[in-house]
Design a protein around this ligand. Structure first.
Ligand SMILES: NC(=O)c1ccc[n+]([C@@H]2O[C@H](COP(=O)([O-])OP(=O)(O)OC[C@H]3O[C@@H](n4cnc5c(N)ncnc54)[C@H](O)[C@@H]3O)[C@@H](O)[C@H]2O)c1
Length: 285
């Protein structure tokens, strides 16, 4: 652990240690998804062992096998983030395998098409079930893993939880009602849990979030790009509101994640970091 910068010489591994996740155990939900591919690779390259949780067994298992073949310590476990029993069983396997849990990345989430309101549709008839399931996946699906894995961190008196917010949290995005509300709830929950964990279990417990801008993934591809790769009208609006003038690359989220999980952020808790090419700063003029 780095304590006194003055003790380090120019050739010492100060920065390497500052951002190292060596021997830490990371749990990532939704680990078979588009953004997870880059984020998990970042975690293991920083030295972490990774438990990959996803309800999609095929994608998650294949990814874990790829990582293991490349020399990483990775383990796939089936989990629906809304199923406490499954999460608890996974927690037991991870503890049996690696003995501790240092990092939780709550990545599982997304929108449900039935819970959206297109320009030619009405809000008034949107089925409650669709709204509930979107809210549950994004909000409850972050809270429940935080209970199950956060409890281990509280016992250890150390650990870092990173939630995944969205540009829809601070300023609602048209169409995506429940998704936007749930992500706004995640921002609030991030701050709430940061306070709870630090006050009750000590400063070694930190809870933060990353708010990605717009990254092309399976969920939003058709909304942002036409089949020929050109921008849809919605895609054009987003790029016009993004000072960087482009969509993000999943790798561009890795730095923020490693920083938030590493000793470099040991005094950082309760924050939501936008990684968005300037979208959230821009007033549009
Ligand atoms: N792609 C973007 O532009 C963007 C922007 C902002 C926020 N996000 C957020 O980032 C996260 C990841 O996004 P992505 O684009 O990689 O999505 P993705 O759809 O590619 O990946 C989501 C993964 O979560 C898994 N999953 C879904 N429901 C689950 C459940 N109940 N239990 C366990 N696993 C479940 C899916 O099987 C999938 O592997 C989401 O929370 C999303 O809301 C994405």
């Amino acid at each position: 652990m780095i304590n006194n910068l003055a003790e380090y010489t120019m050739n010492s591994p100060y920065l390497t240690e500052l951002f190292s996740l060596q021997n830490q155990v990371a749990v990532v939900t939704g680990a078979g998804g588009a953004l997870a591919n880059a984020l998990v690779r970042g975690l293991v390259q920083a030295g972490a062992r990774a438990a990959l949780l996803d309800r999609n067994v095929e994608r998650g298992r294949e990814f874990a096998e790829q990582l293991t073949a490349q020399g990483a310590q990775a383990l796939f476990l089936t989990a629906d983030v809304l199923n406490r029993e499954q999460l608890e069983a996974d927690r037991d396997v991870i503890l049996k395998t690696w003995g501790r849990i240092d990092i939780l990345v709550n990545l599982a989430g997304g929108n449900v098409p039935a819970a959206t309101v297109a320009d030619d549709q009405s809000f008034f008839g949107v089925p409650l079930e669709a709204l509930r399931s979107t809210f549950d996946l994004n909000w409850t699906g972050t809270v429940l893993p935080s209970q199950v894995f956060g409890e281990v961190m509280a016992q250890q008196k150390s650990g870092s939880i990173v939630n995944i917010s969205s540009m829809a949290a601070q300023r609602p995005l048209t169409r995506v009602i429940a998704y936007a509300s749930a992500k706004a709830g995640i921002d609030n929950f991030t701050r709430w849990l940061a306070i709870e964990m630090a006050r009750k279990y000590g400063e070694g417990l930190r809870v933060n979030a990353i708010a990605p801008g717009f990254f092309i993934g399976a969920q939003n591809r058709a909304m942002l790009l036409n089949p020929d790769g050109s921008l849809t009208d919605r895609g054009k609006k987003i790029i016009a509101q993004t000072p960087a003038g482009r969509f993000g690359e999943a790798e561009e989220l890795v730095g923020a994640l490693i920083w938030l999980c590493s000793p470099a952020a040991r005094f950082v808790t309760g924050v939501v970091i936008p990684v968005d090419g300037g979208y959230s700063a821009f007033g549009g003029v």
